[in-house]
Design a protein around this ligand. Structure first.
Ligand code: MN
Length: 745
């Protein structure tokens, strides 16, 4: 166990004027507060904050950060309070210790979606001071180093959390050493077998290639010194986890990995980096596509280095990293080292004080982390396979929604709330209106556009991937269809009862439900609407002693039109049906109720079951209805090729025409096929033109994608034919669009 005086000595090495009193006071306070508490290992508890502090001295952090490390568990685990710490150590330290307490209290659970969400919360909660994160990482590192003392069932959870959150966090903060160690420790605890296999193979390989590494080191060193360049060459073997990850992500076997070894060339100046690169490239051939200049373009975490791979001595592929010692320091210690350099001090006051340049840089890093500008990148260092089956998207308010890969905005809407899904009519992804069939990507911000009159189309069931959405769509569709049929059934019964001069009420139907084999009134009405129960039978059941032997249907008038209105608000007129059509169904087999054909000519304005054929139809189209036994009427434009299959069944054809006035507020479905150049932005251009014309996109699918063109099948909702034709003209006017055709089926 580290001793207090050793800790002070360590700090003194890089900060001679260390505030020794502060460190001693923090140590004594933590010691007293933790008292007789023990670690799982059996060590006195104080050993833990001391080790955490020691880890931070390796990063050469200032004494207030070290003091925070000593105090980091006191509020959470002892009688210490924020007020007390404020009073003894100042508000600054008090605030940091409280920040750490908050993180610990975040109830991190194993469910990954929750973890990612908590991570965001965590970062936001503490983003005003990066020192909290540094102490937290050191805390986690020490806990991982001593994980074997923790009960096995807790180990896996802590290891996974480390792999998912803390290791990538260290990486993003530029602390590669920390990241690697966290990964190695987590890997060992998550998948011991894989860890041991890879470690064993690496040891074997290193034994076998010991000479080779020395040869390459010597040869490179000799070359540089011959050219008069001062450089240190050091071979290093990759870590087990990074090798394992590469094997996983590229599906390579261990034997297929060419770059298990890497070499670092450390030089004095930036100019020397490029000189070294020139020397190496002139001597050996370069493996194409592997050269990266992170000196001229540093990574977001300020990592700088030149990477290249050569076919080096002994015809061996060799990965080289060329950098200055300062770049090396930043690569290993990241944020911590950066703080020192940016301030131009090596340990003055206010190493990470609020107004330092380093501080503002850190602040930006944290912001980048916390706003999730690129979660993809953030997740790139995580155990990829754990995330492969999920995408993380956000609501406009920043709520995180985890979905299975392949999920659409419809799935997203249902994940937010069933009501949101049921009323969803469109979606904006990252601010742009996109088709509901779009597959969501990590980090997408999704805004669901809703409409109160929407009923989820049954076709959605095929589009969605989540069970929740599928079940809800099925439920909503069923309910909507049942409502349509029961409304129709009610109309039919009303007429039958009226003709006999008898009143009809829902309550009056209840006593006969059992006899008709129905569960409830709604079910029975729907059965009447579907033609499964004849209205006369219902009447006879309710009034068994009624004297009239037959309830005769009223004679249909021959002029005029039915005026049907479906639940979707569509209005049509259709002429009275002929006798022959009526006579087709007089039995109770499934089929339209005979009463349906006897509907009054005028005043019938509700709840006929009407729907469109697959290609839709819009006012202005000449249309025809096809009677679907047991399922109402389907409307087709007369151009529909699909109509030919009804040629032999003339009694199913119903003449109908639109009965829509100019104040129509309904939209109607239509399908078009757009052929466009296959270029970036084409889809967006088409979608935007459609949106700009006040047209709804119901679905959009790429039916054919060739090298130079693409065909999109778009289901639209428009006011009428004029509206549709205007849109088609506009689409044809786009430079990227070659043809636009109406599709009638
Ligand atoms: Mn701790």
């Amino acid at each position: 166990m580290m001793r207090q005086y050793e800790l002070v000595e360590r700090v003194q090495k890089y900060k001679p004027d260390v505030n020794e009193a502060l460190l001693n006071k923090a140590y004594v306070y933590a010691m007293q507060k933790h008292g007789k508490q023990m670690r799982a290992s059996g060590d006195p508890y104080i050993s833990h904050p001391l080790e955490v502090a020691a880890i931070l001295t390796e990063m050469r952090l200032d004494e207030s950060t070290i003091a925070v490390a000593l105090l980091h568990d006191t509020i959470e685990d002892t009688t210490a309070t924020r007020a007390e710490i404020d009073e003894l150590f100042g508000e600054d330290i008090g605030r940091l210790v409280e920040g750490l307490t908050k993180i610990k209290k975040l109830d991190l659970v194993t469910k990954r979606a929750k973890q990612a969400e908590n991570l965001r919360k965590l970062l936001l909660a503490i983003s005003d001071d990066v020192r909290v994160l540094l102490v937290k990482l050191a805390d986690r590192l020490h806990n991982m180093r001593t994980l074997e003392h923790v009960p096995p069932e807790k180990r896996a959870r802590i290891a996974e959390e480390t792999m998912d959150i803390y290791a990538p966090l260290a990486g993003r903060m530029g602390m590669q050493d920390m990241r690697e160690e966290l990964e190695e420790l987590a890997f060992k605890n998550i998948n011991l077998e894989a860890y041991e296999t890879v470690t064993g193979k690496l040891a074997e390989l290193s034994e076998r290639n010991r000479d080779l590494i020395h040869t390459i080191e010597d040869e490179l060193s000799a070359l540089f010194s011959h050219e008069g360049l001062k450089a240190t060459v050091k071979g290093r073997q990759k870590k087990a986890y990074s090798v394992f990850r590469k094997m996983q992500s590229k599906s390579l076997s261990f034997e297929q990995l060419s770059d298990v070894f890497g070499f670092r060339i450390i030089v004095d100046t930036e100019a020397d980096c490029y000189r070294a690169l020139g020397i190496v490239h002139m001597r050996w051939s370069v493996v194409p596509g592997r050269f990266k200049d992170y000196i001229s373009t540093p990574k977001q975490n300020d990592y700088r280095s030149i990477h290249t791979t050569i076919v080096g001595p002994s015809r061996q592929r060799v990965e080289l990293q060329i950098r200055t010692s300062r770049m090396q320091d930043i690569a290993e210690r990241g944020v911590a080292a950066h703080a020192l350099y940016k301030d131009g001090s090596t340990g003055g006051e206010g190493l990470l004080s609020k107004d330092s340049r380093a501080y503002s840089w850190l602040r930006q890093t944290i912001e980048a982390l916390s706003v999730g500008d690129n979660p993809e990148e953030f997740l790139e260092h995580t155990k990829l396979e754990l995330f492969q089956d999920q995408v993380f998207c956000f609501t406009p308010k920043g709520q995180l929604i985890a979905l299975p890969r392949g999920a659409t905005p419809i799935d997203f809407a249902y994940a937010v709330h069933t009501d949101v899904g049921d009323t969803c009519v469109g979606a904006k992804i990252n601010g742009r209106i996109m088709p509901l069939v779009t597959r969501l990507a990590n980090g997408d911000e999704v805004e669901i556009l809703r409409s109160g009159v929407q009923v989820p189309p049954p076709a959605w069931e095929e589009i969605v991937v989540t069970g929740k959405a599928r079940a809800a769509i099925r439920r909503a569709t069923k309910a909507a269809v049942r409502k349509q049929y029961s409304g129709l059934g009610m109309r039919i019964l009303e007429r039958t009862f009226n003709r006999a001069g008898k009143p009809l009420s829902r309550d009056g139907l209840k006593p006969v439900l059992h006899r008709l084999g129905q569960k409830d009134v709604e079910d029975m009405l729907a059965a009447v609407g579907r033609g499964e129960i004849v209205s006369e039978d219902v009447f006879k059941a309710v009034y068994p002693n009624h004297q009239e032997t037959r309830v005769s249907p009223r004679k249909p008038a021959d002029e005029g039109w039915f005026n049907l209105r479906s639940a979707a608000g569509l209005i049509f007129k259709l002429p009275g049906l002929s006798k022959s059509q009526k006579s087709t169904t007089t039995t109770r087999k499934i089929g339209p109720d005979p009463d349906m054909a006897a509907m009054p000519i005028r005043g019938m304005d509700d709840n006929a079951v009407v729907r469109f054929g697959p290609g839709g139809a819009v006012p202005g189209d000449r249309i025809v209805g096809i009677l679907e036994p047991g399922a109402g009427i389907t409307i087709y434009p007369i151009q529909s090729p699909g109509l030919t299959k009804f040629d032999d069944e003339p009694n199913r054809w119903i003449d109908i025409r639109w009965d829509i006035d100019e104040n129509n507020k309904n939209r109607f479905p239509a399908r078009i096929l757009v052929t466009a150049i296959n270029a970036p932005g084409t889809l967006a251009e088409v979608a935007q033109t459609i949106a700009a014309s006040e047209t709804n996109i119901q679905t959009l699918s790429m039916v054919r994608v060739a090298a130079d063109f693409t065909e999109m099948l778009v289901d639209l909702q428009v006011w009428d034919l004029k509206h549709l034709n205007n849109l088609i003209t506009q689409l044809k006017g786009l430079g990227s669009v070659s043809t636009v055709e109406r599709v009638y089926e």
